[in-house]
Design a protein around this ligand. Structure first.
Ligand code: AVJ
Ligand code: FE
Length: 428
């Protein structure tokens, strides 16, 4: 397969989806600082264009910058998110024109191929830019999720089916020496490499992510008031932030719960995975359930390893995701009931590992043995350390091109605006 030939298609597909997400907004909304945690949407749009210009025009072909001021304005490391609305950033029209101009020039040069052999191998640098745009789309959706503005969600996030998921089921995985990471996934990031062996002791892992129903039981059992369930850091954050339930939940007069979803208030759906909980909440729930979070290695083992010792791209095998196999790419604007995709199960029978919600693991974010930063330190390496926790598996909002069983996401343990949930594990 010639990935460079496909790159243009991937880029166009990504852009159509970006513009689709932003279409409902007027200029004031695109420019707004929705939350100190998030960038204005029109900053994100121009940042996507700037990244593309940097890698696909300047780095690859030595093109001159469109405007040197953009190197400061759109560099995520120069200005924290909460300050970006106050910068002299491009207005929405200007941002749209800028990204269109960059794209037109990229499509002009794509045929010429890329002089840098390492960057261009398997069209890696194109894949990096494609995944970057999709990742920012997901971040845009998290931003939109924080707006108190009814966003026109297709189907209004309504549920597709009723299931009778029994969510406490778990499977036992025998101890094994398994391969973690990858050497041959063409668009894998540096933090997914190199493939290496890890010894995993026997453990049990939940067949599904923790559901709203299960999490509600924890809330109603007083889980948020029981200090013994929380780590010291978690307990202090729970108080500082006034956490009492997942973000967006609201207890109604009749004792039922509703949840805010893209500016709409809907009834809590019992058998969807719980969403918008921080790592500390996940940890407290797991303790309450007599379990713990899986390590990253356990998660990857359960998601990608067959009993015969073969590693695969996805839980179901190497075939690309479909709507039958997983909930990805905002096919629905919500996670699915946890047992919606039986054909997407891993060889050990674990469900919904890819798609639906990012799953918190117990692991901090570090480079694998032999890690080499490529092509720039600011994608992964500068984040390595004990401050971040790793999330795995992608969410309903994650595009398939930015999702595989080796893919690693990370965030601070206090964050919950992303589409995150978790599943539990325990020692055997
Ligand atoms: C991998 C999702 C943590 O959004 O900070 C976007 C992805 N890197 N632009 C982030 C990313 C550069 C990154 N995460
Ligand atoms: Fe970025």
């Amino acid at each position: 397969m010639d990935l460079t030939a496909l790159a243009a298609t991937h880029l166009e597909h990504a852009r159509a989806r970006t513009l689709d997400v932003l279409a409902p907004f007027d200029d004031e909304e695109l420019r707004r600082q929705v939350s100190p945690l998030m960038s204005p949407l029109c900053w994100a749009l121009a940042h996507v264009g700037h990244y593309e210009e940097l890698w696909l025009l300047r780095e690859l072909h030595g093109a001159a910058p469109t405007d040197e001021r953009y190197d400061d304005l759109y560099d995520a490391f120069r200005h924290p998110r909460r300050e970006r609305a106050g910068l002299p950033i491009l207005e929405p029209d200007g941002a749209r024109a800028y990204v269109a101009d960059v794209r037109a020039r990229v499509l002009d040069t794509i045929e010429r191929g890329a002089p840098d052999a390492e960057l261009a191998r398997d069209a890696f640098v194109y894949g990096m830019v494609v995944q970057h745009e999709h990742q920012h789309q997901e971040t845009m959706l998290a931003t939109i999720g924080l707006m108190d503005r009814p966003y026109p969600v297709p189907g209004n996030g309504a549920r597709r089916r009723v299931s009778d998921a029994s969510t406490s089921r778990e499977v036992r995985l025998p101890g094994a020496r398994v391969v973690m990471g990858t050497d041959d996934e063409p668009w894998a990031y540096d933090n997914e490499r190199p493939a290496h062996l890890v010894d995993v002791a026997p453990f049990r892992i939940d067949v599904t992510p923790v559901t709203n129903a299960a999490y509600r039981a924890f809330v109603e059992a007083g889980g948020y008031d029981d200090r013994r369930l929380w780590s010291p850091a978690g307990w202090s954050w729970r108080h500082e932030a006034g956490l009492e339930h997942p973000d967006g939940w609201q207890r109604e007069g009749d004792g039922s719960w509703s949840v805010r979803r893209f500016g709409h208030r809907i009834d809590l759906v019992a058998d969807e995975p719980v969403e918008h909980v921080c790592w500390y909440e996940a940890e407290a729930f797991a303790t309450w359930a007599g379990k713990r979070l899986p390590t990253e290695a356990e998660w990857e083992y359960a998601a990608s390893w067959t009993p015969d010792g073969v590693k695969r791209r996805y839980p179901w095998g190497n075939d690309d995701p479909t709507v039958e196999l997983a909930s990805l790419g905002r096919e629905h604007w919500a996670p699915s009931a946890v047992d919606t995709h039986p054909t997407g199960a891993s060889p050990h029978g674990v469900l919904a590992m890819v798609g639906d919600v990012w799953e918190w693991t117990s692991s901090t974010f570090h480079g694998y043995p032999g890690f080499r930063s490529f092509p720039y330190r600011e994608y992964s390496e500068v984040f390595f350390g004990d401050e971040y926790r790793v999330l795995r598996g992608g969410s309903w909002a994650t595009h398939p091109s930015a999702c595989r069983t080796t893919f690693r996401n990370w965030d601070f343990p206090i964050r919950r605006q992303i589409f995150c949930g978790f599943r539990c594990a325990r020692d055997d």
